[in-house]
Design a protein around this ligand. Structure first.
Ligand code: PBG
Length: 372
Protein backbone atom coordinates (compact mmCIF):
# COMPACT_ATOMS: atom_id res chain seq x y z
CA UNK A 1 0.00 0.00 0.00
CA UNK A 2 1.46 3.38 -0.95
CA UNK A 3 1.07 6.60 0.99
CA UNK A 4 -1.89 7.83 -1.08
CA UNK A 5 -3.79 4.60 -0.59
CA UNK A 6 -3.15 4.64 3.14
CA UNK A 7 -4.46 8.21 3.30
CA UNK A 8 -7.54 7.21 1.31
CA UNK A 9 -8.34 4.33 3.67
CA UNK A 10 -7.88 6.60 6.67
CA UNK A 11 -10.28 9.13 5.17
CA UNK A 12 -12.83 6.45 4.44
CA UNK A 13 -12.76 5.02 7.93
CA UNK A 14 -13.04 8.50 9.42
CA UNK A 15 -16.01 9.16 7.14
CA UNK A 16 -17.57 5.92 8.30
CA UNK A 17 -17.12 6.81 11.93
CA UNK A 18 -18.62 10.24 11.44
CA UNK A 19 -21.45 8.72 9.46
CA UNK A 20 -22.15 6.17 12.17
CA UNK A 21 -22.47 8.92 14.73
CA UNK A 22 -24.95 10.70 12.44
CA UNK A 23 -26.88 7.45 11.96
CA UNK A 24 -27.24 7.12 15.67
CA UNK A 25 -28.51 10.66 15.95
CA UNK A 26 -30.70 10.79 12.83
CA UNK A 27 -31.49 7.21 11.87
CA UNK A 28 -30.43 5.61 8.60
CA UNK A 29 -29.67 7.91 5.66
CA UNK A 30 -31.91 7.82 2.55
CA UNK A 31 -28.97 6.55 0.57
CA UNK A 32 -25.77 4.91 1.69
CA UNK A 33 -23.94 6.12 -1.42
CA UNK A 34 -21.73 8.41 0.64
CA UNK A 35 -19.94 5.45 2.17
CA UNK A 36 -20.13 3.13 -0.83
CA UNK A 37 -17.08 1.29 -2.02
CA UNK A 38 -16.73 1.02 -5.75
CA UNK A 39 -17.25 -2.72 -6.19
CA UNK A 40 -18.05 -3.67 -9.78
CA UNK A 41 -19.29 -7.15 -8.86
CA UNK A 42 -21.78 -7.40 -6.00
CA UNK A 43 -23.36 -10.86 -6.01
CA UNK A 44 -25.70 -9.74 -3.21
CA UNK A 45 -27.54 -7.49 -5.71
CA UNK A 46 -29.25 -10.57 -7.06
CA UNK A 47 -30.26 -11.80 -3.59
CA UNK A 48 -31.91 -8.65 -2.27
CA UNK A 49 -35.55 -9.70 -2.63
CA UNK A 50 -37.63 -12.82 -3.13
CA UNK A 51 -38.36 -11.65 -6.67
CA UNK A 52 -34.65 -11.22 -7.48
CA UNK A 53 -33.93 -14.66 -6.09
CA UNK A 54 -36.75 -16.25 -8.08
CA UNK A 55 -35.52 -14.57 -11.25
CA UNK A 56 -32.03 -16.04 -11.07
CA UNK A 57 -32.85 -19.41 -9.46
CA UNK A 58 -30.98 -22.18 -11.27
CA UNK A 59 -32.73 -25.26 -9.92
CA UNK A 60 -36.43 -25.92 -9.49
CA UNK A 61 -38.18 -28.67 -7.63
CA UNK A 62 -41.54 -29.94 -8.82
CA UNK A 63 -43.91 -32.81 -7.98
CA UNK A 64 -43.25 -34.08 -11.50
CA UNK A 65 -39.66 -34.88 -10.46
CA UNK A 66 -40.75 -37.47 -7.93
CA UNK A 67 -41.30 -41.18 -7.92
CA UNK A 68 -42.82 -42.40 -4.66
CA UNK A 69 -41.63 -45.81 -3.43
CA UNK A 70 -44.56 -47.83 -2.06
CA UNK A 71 -44.73 -51.16 -0.23
CA UNK A 72 -47.44 -53.76 -0.75
CA UNK A 73 -48.31 -56.83 1.31
CA UNK A 74 -51.03 -59.46 1.45
CA UNK A 75 -52.77 -58.39 4.59
CA UNK A 76 -56.06 -57.56 6.20
CA UNK A 77 -55.07 -54.03 7.19
CA UNK A 78 -55.28 -51.36 4.48
CA UNK A 79 -51.98 -49.98 5.77
CA UNK A 80 -49.58 -51.27 8.41
CA UNK A 81 -46.96 -48.82 9.65
CA UNK A 82 -43.22 -49.42 9.15
CA UNK A 83 -41.45 -48.86 12.47
CA UNK A 84 -38.19 -47.26 11.31
CA UNK A 85 -39.93 -45.21 8.60
CA UNK A 86 -42.57 -43.08 10.33
CA UNK A 87 -45.27 -42.08 7.84
CA UNK A 88 -44.60 -45.06 5.53
CA UNK A 89 -46.79 -48.15 5.32
CA UNK A 90 -47.09 -51.59 3.86
CA UNK A 91 -50.36 -51.31 1.95
CA UNK A 92 -52.87 -53.97 1.01
CA UNK A 93 -53.61 -53.96 -2.73
CA UNK A 94 -56.73 -51.84 -2.07
CA UNK A 95 -54.80 -49.49 0.22
CA UNK A 96 -52.12 -49.18 -2.45
CA UNK A 97 -54.63 -48.16 -5.12
CA UNK A 98 -56.04 -45.55 -2.76
CA UNK A 99 -52.63 -44.11 -1.88
CA UNK A 100 -51.72 -43.97 -5.57
CA UNK A 101 -54.87 -41.90 -6.19
CA UNK A 102 -53.67 -39.34 -3.63
CA UNK A 103 -50.21 -39.21 -5.23
CA UNK A 104 -51.69 -38.77 -8.70
CA UNK A 105 -53.86 -35.88 -7.51
CA UNK A 106 -50.70 -34.18 -6.24
CA UNK A 107 -49.04 -34.42 -9.65
CA UNK A 108 -46.58 -37.19 -8.78
CA UNK A 109 -46.09 -39.08 -12.05
CA UNK A 110 -44.90 -42.45 -10.79
CA UNK A 111 -44.42 -45.02 -8.08
CA UNK A 112 -41.73 -47.64 -7.42
CA UNK A 113 -43.38 -50.71 -5.99
CA UNK A 114 -41.85 -53.20 -3.54
CA UNK A 115 -43.53 -56.38 -2.26
CA UNK A 116 -43.41 -57.78 1.28
CA UNK A 117 -43.68 -61.51 0.60
CA UNK A 118 -44.99 -63.97 3.21
CA UNK A 119 -42.06 -65.88 4.75
CA UNK A 120 -43.53 -69.27 3.84
CA UNK A 121 -43.48 -68.31 0.14
CA UNK A 122 -39.75 -67.57 0.12
CA UNK A 123 -37.20 -70.09 -1.15
CA UNK A 124 -33.57 -70.15 -2.26
CA UNK A 125 -34.50 -69.76 -5.95
CA UNK A 126 -36.98 -66.92 -5.30
CA UNK A 127 -39.48 -68.96 -7.30
CA UNK A 128 -42.47 -66.93 -6.12
CA UNK A 129 -41.12 -64.02 -8.18
CA UNK A 130 -42.25 -65.86 -11.31
CA UNK A 131 -45.85 -66.57 -10.24
CA UNK A 132 -48.27 -64.64 -12.45
CA UNK A 133 -50.90 -64.92 -9.68
CA UNK A 134 -48.53 -63.73 -6.94
CA UNK A 135 -49.06 -60.65 -4.82
CA UNK A 136 -46.78 -58.49 -6.94
CA UNK A 137 -48.38 -59.02 -10.39
CA UNK A 138 -51.80 -58.62 -8.76
CA UNK A 139 -50.77 -55.32 -7.23
CA UNK A 140 -49.31 -54.07 -10.53
CA UNK A 141 -52.48 -55.00 -12.42
CA UNK A 142 -54.69 -53.29 -9.83
CA UNK A 143 -52.59 -50.12 -9.92
CA UNK A 144 -52.58 -49.88 -13.70
CA UNK A 145 -56.29 -50.65 -13.93
CA UNK A 146 -57.23 -47.90 -11.47
CA UNK A 147 -54.58 -45.41 -12.66
CA UNK A 148 -53.63 -46.12 -16.28
CA UNK A 149 -51.59 -42.91 -16.51
CA UNK A 150 -49.54 -43.55 -13.39
CA UNK A 151 -46.02 -44.77 -14.18
CA UNK A 152 -45.37 -48.00 -12.33
CA UNK A 153 -41.72 -48.98 -11.90
CA UNK A 154 -41.27 -52.52 -10.65
CA UNK A 155 -38.40 -54.02 -8.69
CA UNK A 156 -36.26 -56.70 -10.33
CA UNK A 157 -34.15 -58.48 -7.71
CA UNK A 158 -34.51 -61.69 -5.74
CA UNK A 159 -34.29 -60.39 -2.16
CA UNK A 160 -38.03 -59.97 -1.40
CA UNK A 161 -38.58 -63.63 -2.42
CA UNK A 162 -35.27 -65.17 -1.33
CA UNK A 163 -35.09 -67.27 1.82
CA UNK A 164 -31.38 -66.33 1.91
CA UNK A 165 -32.10 -62.60 1.78
CA UNK A 166 -29.93 -61.96 -1.27
CA UNK A 167 -30.59 -60.22 -4.57
CA UNK A 168 -29.15 -63.19 -6.43
CA UNK A 169 -29.12 -66.98 -6.22
CA UNK A 170 -26.75 -68.25 -3.52
CA UNK A 171 -24.80 -71.32 -4.67
CA UNK A 172 -21.85 -72.81 -2.80
CA UNK A 173 -21.66 -69.81 -0.50
CA UNK A 174 -21.46 -67.35 -3.41
CA UNK A 175 -23.88 -65.28 -5.46
CA UNK A 176 -24.17 -66.95 -8.87
CA UNK A 177 -24.30 -64.11 -11.38
CA UNK A 178 -25.50 -65.86 -14.52
CA UNK A 179 -28.02 -68.12 -12.86
CA UNK A 180 -29.47 -65.02 -11.30
CA UNK A 181 -29.75 -63.42 -14.76
CA UNK A 182 -32.16 -66.20 -15.82
CA UNK A 183 -34.44 -65.40 -12.89
CA UNK A 184 -34.19 -61.63 -13.33
CA UNK A 185 -35.04 -61.81 -17.02
CA UNK A 186 -38.02 -64.07 -16.35
CA UNK A 187 -39.36 -61.93 -13.51
CA UNK A 188 -39.06 -58.78 -15.62
CA UNK A 189 -41.30 -60.43 -18.23
CA UNK A 190 -43.85 -61.41 -15.54
CA UNK A 191 -43.90 -57.80 -14.33
CA UNK A 192 -44.19 -56.42 -17.87
CA UNK A 193 -47.11 -58.74 -18.55
CA UNK A 194 -48.81 -57.41 -15.40
CA UNK A 195 -48.46 -53.86 -16.75
CA UNK A 196 -45.15 -52.43 -15.52
CA UNK A 197 -44.07 -49.30 -17.39
CA UNK A 198 -40.47 -49.60 -16.24
CA UNK A 199 -38.70 -52.57 -14.75
CA UNK A 200 -36.02 -51.49 -12.30
CA UNK A 201 -33.21 -53.97 -11.68
CA UNK A 202 -31.87 -53.27 -8.17
CA UNK A 203 -29.71 -56.41 -7.99
CA UNK A 204 -26.32 -55.25 -9.38
CA UNK A 205 -25.59 -58.47 -11.28
CA UNK A 206 -23.31 -58.07 -14.31
CA UNK A 207 -25.19 -58.10 -17.61
CA UNK A 208 -28.70 -57.79 -16.14
CA UNK A 209 -29.74 -54.88 -18.32
CA UNK A 210 -28.97 -56.71 -21.54
CA UNK A 211 -30.49 -59.96 -20.24
CA UNK A 212 -33.69 -58.12 -19.29
CA UNK A 213 -33.80 -56.06 -22.50
CA UNK A 214 -33.43 -59.21 -24.57
CA UNK A 215 -36.13 -61.09 -22.65
CA UNK A 216 -38.57 -58.17 -22.77
CA UNK A 217 -38.10 -57.69 -26.51
CA UNK A 218 -38.46 -61.41 -27.19
CA UNK A 219 -41.76 -61.38 -25.27
CA UNK A 220 -42.97 -58.37 -27.27
CA UNK A 221 -42.51 -55.74 -24.54
CA UNK A 222 -40.38 -53.37 -26.58
CA UNK A 223 -42.03 -50.32 -24.96
CA UNK A 224 -41.36 -51.37 -21.38
CA UNK A 225 -38.41 -49.31 -20.17
CA UNK A 226 -35.48 -50.17 -17.93
CA UNK A 227 -34.73 -47.92 -14.97
CA UNK A 228 -31.38 -49.31 -13.93
CA UNK A 229 -29.86 -49.07 -10.47
CA UNK A 230 -26.59 -48.23 -12.19
CA UNK A 231 -24.47 -47.29 -9.18
CA UNK A 232 -25.97 -48.97 -6.17
CA UNK A 233 -23.62 -48.97 -3.22
CA UNK A 234 -23.21 -51.52 -0.42
CA UNK A 235 -24.63 -48.97 1.98
CA UNK A 236 -25.68 -49.02 5.62
CA UNK A 237 -28.55 -46.69 4.72
CA UNK A 238 -30.84 -49.54 3.58
CA UNK A 239 -31.56 -50.84 7.09
CA UNK A 240 -35.15 -49.59 7.50
CA UNK A 241 -36.09 -50.91 4.02
CA UNK A 242 -34.77 -54.38 4.87
CA UNK A 243 -36.76 -54.29 8.11
CA UNK A 244 -39.88 -53.34 6.16
CA UNK A 245 -39.55 -56.34 3.83
CA UNK A 246 -37.69 -58.72 6.18
CA UNK A 247 -35.22 -58.99 3.30
CA UNK A 248 -31.81 -58.72 4.97
CA UNK A 249 -29.19 -61.44 4.30
CA UNK A 250 -29.86 -64.33 6.70
CA UNK A 251 -27.17 -64.98 9.33
CA UNK A 252 -26.59 -68.58 8.30
CA UNK A 253 -23.64 -70.74 7.27
CA UNK A 254 -23.23 -70.75 3.50
CA UNK A 255 -25.01 -67.42 3.07
CA UNK A 256 -22.81 -64.34 2.56
CA UNK A 257 -23.35 -61.94 5.45
CA UNK A 258 -23.47 -58.83 3.25
CA UNK A 259 -23.97 -57.70 -0.35
CA UNK A 260 -20.44 -56.42 -0.94
CA UNK A 261 -19.63 -58.83 -3.78
CA UNK A 262 -22.29 -57.23 -5.96
CA UNK A 263 -23.18 -53.80 -4.60
CA UNK A 264 -20.48 -51.15 -5.08
CA UNK A 265 -17.78 -50.16 -2.63
CA UNK A 266 -18.70 -46.79 -1.07
CA UNK A 267 -15.08 -45.72 -1.63
CA UNK A 268 -15.41 -45.77 -5.42
CA UNK A 269 -16.58 -43.09 -7.82
CA UNK A 270 -14.76 -43.82 -11.10
CA UNK A 271 -16.15 -47.35 -11.03
CA UNK A 272 -19.65 -45.89 -11.29
CA UNK A 273 -18.67 -44.68 -14.75
CA UNK A 274 -17.90 -48.27 -15.78
CA UNK A 275 -21.34 -49.35 -14.58
CA UNK A 276 -22.92 -46.42 -16.42
CA UNK A 277 -21.11 -47.18 -19.70
CA UNK A 278 -22.36 -50.76 -19.50
CA UNK A 279 -25.93 -49.78 -18.65
CA UNK A 280 -26.12 -47.31 -21.52
CA UNK A 281 -24.61 -49.83 -23.95
CA UNK A 282 -26.95 -52.57 -22.71
CA UNK A 283 -30.06 -50.45 -23.21
CA UNK A 284 -30.95 -48.78 -19.91
CA UNK A 285 -33.43 -45.94 -20.47
CA UNK A 286 -32.83 -44.24 -17.13
CA UNK A 287 -29.72 -44.49 -14.92
CA UNK A 288 -29.88 -44.30 -11.16
CA UNK A 289 -27.56 -43.65 -8.22
CA UNK A 290 -28.37 -45.02 -4.77
CA UNK A 291 -28.29 -43.86 -1.96
CA UNK A 292 -28.77 -40.13 -2.55
CA UNK A 293 -27.35 -37.52 -0.23
CA UNK A 294 -24.04 -39.27 0.61
CA UNK A 295 -23.44 -39.99 -3.11
CA UNK A 296 -24.18 -36.69 -4.85
CA UNK A 297 -20.64 -36.61 -6.25
CA UNK A 298 -21.54 -39.78 -8.14
CA UNK A 299 -24.77 -38.19 -9.39
CA UNK A 300 -22.76 -35.26 -10.65
CA UNK A 301 -20.17 -37.50 -12.33
CA UNK A 302 -22.80 -39.57 -14.15
CA UNK A 303 -24.66 -36.48 -15.36
CA UNK A 304 -21.42 -34.99 -16.66
CA UNK A 305 -20.56 -38.18 -18.54
CA UNK A 306 -24.09 -38.85 -19.92
CA UNK A 307 -25.90 -35.50 -20.02
CA UNK A 308 -28.52 -36.79 -22.45
CA UNK A 309 -29.60 -39.86 -20.45
CA UNK A 310 -32.22 -39.23 -17.75
CA UNK A 311 -30.68 -39.69 -14.33
CA UNK A 312 -32.51 -40.71 -11.18
CA UNK A 313 -31.35 -40.74 -7.57
CA UNK A 314 -32.79 -42.83 -4.74
CA UNK A 315 -33.17 -40.95 -1.46
CA UNK A 316 -33.25 -44.18 0.53
CA UNK A 317 -34.91 -45.44 3.69
CA UNK A 318 -32.02 -44.62 6.05
CA UNK A 319 -31.85 -41.04 4.80
CA UNK A 320 -35.58 -40.74 5.40
CA UNK A 321 -35.30 -42.30 8.87
CA UNK A 322 -32.53 -39.88 9.88
CA UNK A 323 -34.61 -36.85 8.96
CA UNK A 324 -37.71 -38.24 10.67
CA UNK A 325 -35.77 -39.00 13.86
CA UNK A 326 -34.19 -35.55 14.00
CA UNK A 327 -37.56 -33.91 13.36
CA UNK A 328 -39.23 -36.01 16.07
CA UNK A 329 -36.49 -34.92 18.49
CA UNK A 330 -37.16 -31.30 17.60
CA UNK A 331 -33.69 -30.82 16.10
CA UNK A 332 -34.68 -30.01 12.50
CA UNK A 333 -37.45 -28.26 10.60
CA UNK A 334 -38.82 -31.06 8.43
CA UNK A 335 -40.26 -29.03 5.59
CA UNK A 336 -37.17 -26.86 5.14
CA UNK A 337 -34.71 -29.74 5.47
CA UNK A 338 -36.58 -32.06 3.11
CA UNK A 339 -37.04 -29.45 0.38
CA UNK A 340 -33.39 -28.40 0.67
CA UNK A 341 -32.27 -32.03 0.47
CA UNK A 342 -34.36 -32.79 -2.60
CA UNK A 343 -33.24 -29.56 -4.25
CA UNK A 344 -29.61 -30.49 -3.66
CA UNK A 345 -30.19 -33.76 -5.51
CA UNK A 346 -31.49 -31.91 -8.56
CA UNK A 347 -28.68 -29.36 -8.33
CA UNK A 348 -26.17 -32.23 -8.38
CA UNK A 349 -27.65 -33.41 -11.67
CA UNK A 350 -30.57 -35.73 -10.94
CA UNK A 351 -33.63 -35.39 -13.15
CA UNK A 352 -35.78 -37.78 -11.13
CA UNK A 353 -35.89 -38.42 -7.37
CA UNK A 354 -37.19 -41.58 -5.75
CA UNK A 355 -38.12 -40.43 -2.28
CA UNK A 356 -40.34 -41.42 0.63
CA UNK A 357 -40.87 -37.68 1.13
CA UNK A 358 -42.59 -37.41 -2.28
CA UNK A 359 -46.12 -36.93 -0.98
CA UNK A 360 -45.21 -34.39 1.73
CA UNK A 361 -42.90 -32.50 -0.62
CA UNK A 362 -45.58 -32.34 -3.32
CA UNK A 363 -48.03 -30.91 -0.77
CA UNK A 364 -45.49 -28.30 0.40
CA UNK A 365 -44.64 -27.30 -3.18
CA UNK A 366 -48.34 -26.90 -3.97
CA UNK A 367 -48.76 -24.71 -0.88
CA UNK A 368 -45.78 -22.59 -1.93
CA UNK A 369 -47.18 -22.18 -5.45
CA UNK A 370 -50.56 -21.09 -4.05
CA UNK A 371 -48.94 -18.52 -1.78
CA UNK A 372 -47.00 -17.21 -4.79
C1 PBG B 1 -32.63 -54.61 -2.81
C2 PBG B 1 -33.11 -53.24 -2.53
C3 PBG B 1 -32.66 -52.40 -1.51
C4 PBG B 1 -33.40 -51.24 -1.57
C5 PBG B 1 -34.26 -51.36 -2.65
N1 PBG B 1 -34.08 -52.62 -3.23
C6 PBG B 1 -31.61 -52.51 -0.49
C7 PBG B 1 -30.85 -53.70 -0.30
O1 PBG B 1 -29.84 -53.88 -0.98
O2 PBG B 1 -31.22 -54.52 0.55
C8 PBG B 1 -33.23 -50.11 -0.61
C9 PBG B 1 -34.17 -49.00 -0.64
C10 PBG B 1 -34.15 -48.16 0.56
O3 PBG B 1 -33.33 -48.34 1.50
O4 PBG B 1 -34.98 -47.25 0.62
N2 PBG B 1 -32.89 -55.11 -4.06
Amino acid sequence: MNRLERQHLKNVSQMDMQKNEEDIREGPPASSQASAWHLVRRPRRLRQSAAHRALVRETHLSASDFIAPLFVEDGAAAASPIAAMPGQYRYSVDGLVEEAAALTRLGIPGVALFPAIRPDLKDTEASHALREDGLYPRAIRALKKAHPDLIVATDVALDPYSSDGHDGVVLGGRIDNDRTLDVLAAMAVVQARAGADFVAPSDMMDGRVSAIRYALDKAGFTDVGILSYTAKYASAFYGPFRDALSSAPRPRAGVPADKKTYQMDPANRAEALVEAELDVAEGADILMVKPGLPYLDVVSALKARFPAIPLAVYNVSGEYAMVKAAVAAGYLDERAVVLETLLSMKRAGADIILTYHAKDAAIWLAEDAERG
